[in-house]
Design a protein around this ligand. Structure first.
Ligand code: ADP
Ligand code: MG
Length: 336
């Protein structure tokens, strides 16, 4: 069942109305919060298993938003076969709230006062996008993560669902060190695209929204592809391509597709990566690369092995002892 705005409100998960607190203990502080939700770590009493509980108010700004929450649940259900989309475990409803019990990311680290600090780091890829050099992603990392994001988004697009809020805060990592896998979260703005869409009401975060959203033109799967272009840019460079001093400036940068691809920003990054981003940050949504085209882009098959300073032992040359003199240039020379 779907309404005019592309919202799906028919769900198959049974909504429990018995008290959430009978089944789960809340532990630690918040894992995160967004515009309308607070997410807290909880432990299932009978199994000891950790989950993330997303608390959503049914009324926001005096409006009934239960339909929006059902839509979020329906979208999670339709993507449940993708390993790169957060898994939904259970749903509870109280008089004021709906609670989504989700697969949990981010570790609780004990803090000095005896309580627990939940680091959403584990957490959002956002943390590493803004991190200093030694913690920032390498291009090799970004290739692996971009592939996973694309595979998650491919599953949505195959089901005619657009996420519409792809940004670093909504992409979580199963672990930060060593770098784990990604999970896409937050389907609060997601819509079905085989319908007439009222984009006016579903503006995402300015820095990541596509030009057609600003122009109130129809949204499509291409709208997500724009955001993936912005996301990839941020992961590789640590800089947000369209962010201006003020919202208006950001919007102008987006509608003029004013992007800096100079070596200043992209030093040490391959030309193929820049080509990948350029195939997405295109104003006309019909000319943008689709998720399937992106998945076959040569950047994703780029072998950056030679960039690794510690080449695996089995690839080191051990036959040099007898004849030729050793080359003074190590084979792991950085060339890009
Ligand atoms: P909103 O719709 O309000 O933006 P989100 O679903 O994005 O809510 O959740 C807000 C924040 O909570 C996220 O940015 C993330 O930091 C954290 N979070 C969300 N889901 C999980 C989860 N399953 N495990 C750990 N942290 C989460
Ligand atoms: Mg969010």
């Amino acid at each position: 069942m779907m309404n005019r705005n592309g919202m799906v409100t028919k769900i198959r998960t049974r909504i429990r109305t018995d008290p959430f607190k009978n089944i789960y203990d809340l532990v630690g502080r918040e894992l995160g919060r967004g515009k309308f939700a607070v997410v807290k770590k909880c432990v299932e009493k009978t199994t000891g298993k950790e989950h993330a509980a997303k608390f959503l108010k049914k009324r926001r700004k005096g409006q009934d938003c239960r339909g929006d929450i059902l839509n979020e649940i329906a979208v999670l259900e339709s993507a449940d076969m993708s390993p790169y989309v957060v898994a939904l475990h259970e749903v509870y409803e109280t008089t004021t709230e709906i609670i989504l019990v989700l697969e949990c990311f981010g570790e609780s680290v004990p803090i000095s006062d005896g309580g627990y600090e939940n680091s959403a780091a584990g957490g959002e890829i956002f943390t590493q996008c803004v991190a200093d050099n030694d913690e920032a992603f390498t291009e090799k990392d970004v290739i692996r993560l971009a592939k996973q994001i694309l595979m998650g988004v491919a599953c949505l697009h195959q089901n005619n669902i657009v996420h519409l809020d792809l940004k670093p805060q909504n992409i979580l990592l199963t672990s930060a060190q060593p770098l784990g896998d990604i999970r896409i979260v937050d389907f609060g703005l997601s819509r079905r695209v085989d319908s007439v869409s009222e984009v006016r009401e579903i503006l995402g975060t300015p820095e990541y929204v596509a030009p057609e959203v600003l122009d109130y033109e129809p949204i499509s799967t291409a709208t997500d592809m724009w955001s993936i272009g912005v996301l990839t840019y941020v992961m590789l460079t640590g800089e947000s391509p369209f962010l201006g001093e003020e919202k208006q400036e950001t919007f102008l940068n987006i509608s003029q597709v004013n992007v800096d691809y100079s070596q200043d920003v992209f030093h040490g990054v391959s030309d193929l990566a820049v080509d990948f981003i350029q195939s997405l940050l295109i104003k006309n949504p019909r000319k943008r690369a689709t998720v399937d085209q992106c998945l076959t882009h040569p950047w994703l098959s780029l072998d950056l092995h030679h960039l690794s300073l510690e080449a695996p032992l089995d690839e080191q040359d051990t036959s040099q002892s007898e004849s030729e003199p050793e080359s003074p240039i190590p084979s792991t020379d950085l060339v890009l």
